[in-house]
Design a binder for this molecule. Structure first.
Ligand SMILES: Nc1nc2c(ncn2[C@@H]2O[C@H](COP(=O)(O)OP(=O)(O)OP(=O)(O)O)[C@@H](O)[C@H]2O)c(=O)[nH]1
Ligand SMILES: [Mg+2]
Length: 227
């Protein structure tokens, strides 16, 4: 019994060491990405949310609105398929898809390999659409300027308090699918209270990519940030 306990402790120590080595290596590459992007004057955003909360649709509308105004690029991450890249093509931005296969998040090295291909001369904004997942992607710095968390109204109000690893790290939060509120019991004040309890200073945008509600404020924010 005691011996088993000691072995378990040893195994846990090894696991912690391996994890911190992986994250340490990731952080090094992320810093390299950040410097590379900074040298080129590119603002990079790491978009993180649950699957289906509207990252790609937000980007579809965002790229369409910014086409001809601001040169954008997109790195889209999914476990499988290039569905998102296909949806984002032809909107004036360079788009690449990363298939993470067995991984539930993008890492800095995958982004590093794609940067020269997607970020060409004159690019001002880089959107990195992470794999749909509310937990793991938040631990992996990709070299972004800041993280953007999306939370759709159909997910309920309490997700910031339940998933603090993301919401404490995201300085920008988009409440998406606002057009559906009238069909739901969703409570804006409760959602904001949950968010404020985790990240009081987050910039919050209430948007519907479907109807265009709130999109102007989001676009103004992007233009302002990239200036
Ligand atoms: N009503 C409504 N539906 C939306 C809105 N935004 C996205 N959707 C729908 O939500 C579903 C998922 O949207 P996506 O943009 O694919 O979501 P995602 O976060 O990119 O999903 P993953 O990449 O799989 O994580 C689609 O059926 C969209 O049409 C919105 O503002 N309002
Ligand atoms: Mg998507």
């Amino acid at each position: 019994m005691c011996e088993g306990g000691a072995r378990k402790e040893e195994a846990q120590t090894r696991l912690v060491t391996v994890k911190s080595k992986i994250l340490g290596k990731n952080d090094e590459i992320a810093e390299c990405n950040r410097n590379w992007l900074k040298e080129r004057g590119v603002l990079a955003m790491n978009l993180i949310s649950s699957p289906g909360s509207g990252k790609t649709m937000l980007l579809e509308r965002t790229l369409e609105a910014l086409d001809g105004k601001l040169k954008c690029a997109v790195i889209a991450g999914d476990q499988r398929t290039d569905n998102d890249a296909k949806r984002l093509e032809g909107k004036g931005a360079a788009v690449v898809q990363i298939e993470t296969v067995s991984s539930c998040h993008l890492d800095a090295s995958q982004v590093h390999d794609m940067l020269p291909e997607v970020v060409t001369e004159g690019t001002k904004l880089l959107f990195i659409e992470n794999v749909g997942n509310l937990v793991c992607p938040s631990s992996f710095d990709l070299g972004e300027s800041f993280k953007v968390a999306l939370l759709s109204t159909t997910e309920g109000e309490d997700k910031p308090a339940k998933y603090p690893s993301l919401f404490s790290r995201a300085s920008v939060v988009l409440l998406t699918k606002m057009d559906l509120v009238e069909h739901l019991d969703w409570d804006l004040d409760a959602c904001l209270a949950s968010l404020r309890s985790i990240r009081p200073d987050a910039s919050v945008f209430q948007v519907s990519a479907r109807t265009g509600q709130g999109m102007e404020s989001w676009l103004d924010f992007l233009l302002e940030q990239s200036a």
